[in-house]
Design a protein around this ligand. Sequence first.
Ligand code: TRP
Length: 464
Amino acid sequence: MSNRQNCDSGSLSALELFERVTIQGDKVRSLKAAEAPKDEIDTAVRLLLSLKLMYKATTGQDYKAGSPPTDFTPVNNAPALAEDDDFVDPWTVQTSSAKGVDYDKLIVRFGSSKVDKELISRIERVTGQKPHHFLRRGIFFSHRDMNQILDAYENKKPFYLYTGRGPSSEAMHVGHLIPFIFTKWLQEVFDIPLVIQLTDDEKYLWKDLTVKRANEYAIENAKDIIACGFNINKTFIFSDLDYLGMSPGFYKNIVKIQKHVTFNQVKGIFGFTDSDCIGKISFPAIQAAPSFSSTFPQIFKGKEDIQCLIPCAIDQDPYFRMTRDVAPRLGYPKPALLHSIFFPALQGAQTKMSASDPNSSIFLTDTPKQIKTKINKHAFSGGKDTIEEHRKYGGNCDVDVSYMYLTFFLEDDDKLEQLKQDYTSGALLTGELKKALIETLQPLIAAHQERRKQVTNEMVLLGC
Ligand code: TRP
């Protein structure tokens, strides 16, 4: 999911931002010229405005078409973006709100659908299982075509799961587990095949990494993913760098996708510029291909029409909007999607966690002591400054990172509700809330480390 080169939206250079604004401006003009539907134009205009704001925040200057930033003074105390100016793409997540990204607005902007009460009850009815707390608590909050998947399940039509991870470092943090924990649940409930793509090629292209190192990260990350406990008889995990060269089915689909997407389209979707290497420009086809069952003839016996369901963080949606766009032209079903919110950094929900900052995250390799220290020292608190004030006014769960983490990891609904009430009323102090989180995460991570020890190199090489 969202391990990404993320978080460092600040690292988008002024020039990159300039190019993005220019491209987005062109896009708005061409949509208007083509008399595109109003909401499509509105969405594009909103994105243009956020980009212009980001440009101004970075350079201190207004964007002027045709005048790239040459000599600008970086603004340290850049003005915060307005609350409705969240920015989300596969590489950048930025919001100025401590509550995090406004996900309802994102649904409107991306044109996906909300995972509402009705859908959740249908999942319960159709599967006969209590919906996962990630569904009940709005963590997987958005979807595309989930009702089609449930129809297929009811009609005993096959479908499969696809998810992935970009291995950007050896160490994974708890946030990286979210899509895998949920995918494991979906696999159990539906009892279906799962493919997991490790995009070591993507990380090589985007990061300062050698091919060898990116591939080594993929193998290390595969162990953590396998330790999540998937049904090994129905799970195929592969690194692009290893698998692509031995799979004609995969490569054939990649070129079919490449033929049906223009440079202009990927520029519009991903913000690529003329100075991006061609590896990046063609990469989206590689992430799209596993959405089609013919990519895996060994699993699906050559069947080309098996629908795919992709659980992923919402920032991956641009890849799959592109995939869904080309699918009918290739005669393949469009993949369905379930999108998750981002896992907040310990410092607050303005951004996702970064694998490169050890204090922004709880790592899967952390000791119980490190977990305790990090949470006590770095978890952003929604509590008041003094005990007296806290008792009087209570804490704010909406911005409190310990509480947010508990919504991800504390399965007991009643306990969670009690903590919320007590924290909000002031009966529970920040230290006590943090203690509840520490006691939830310590055993969970210790158990993960135990399972990871059982994963052998052989299991990784066998792809399961
Ligand atoms: N690009 C994703 C990342 O950097 C990895 C990925 C590949 C993925 N295929 C996927 C994520 C499918 C979710 C679903 O994390």
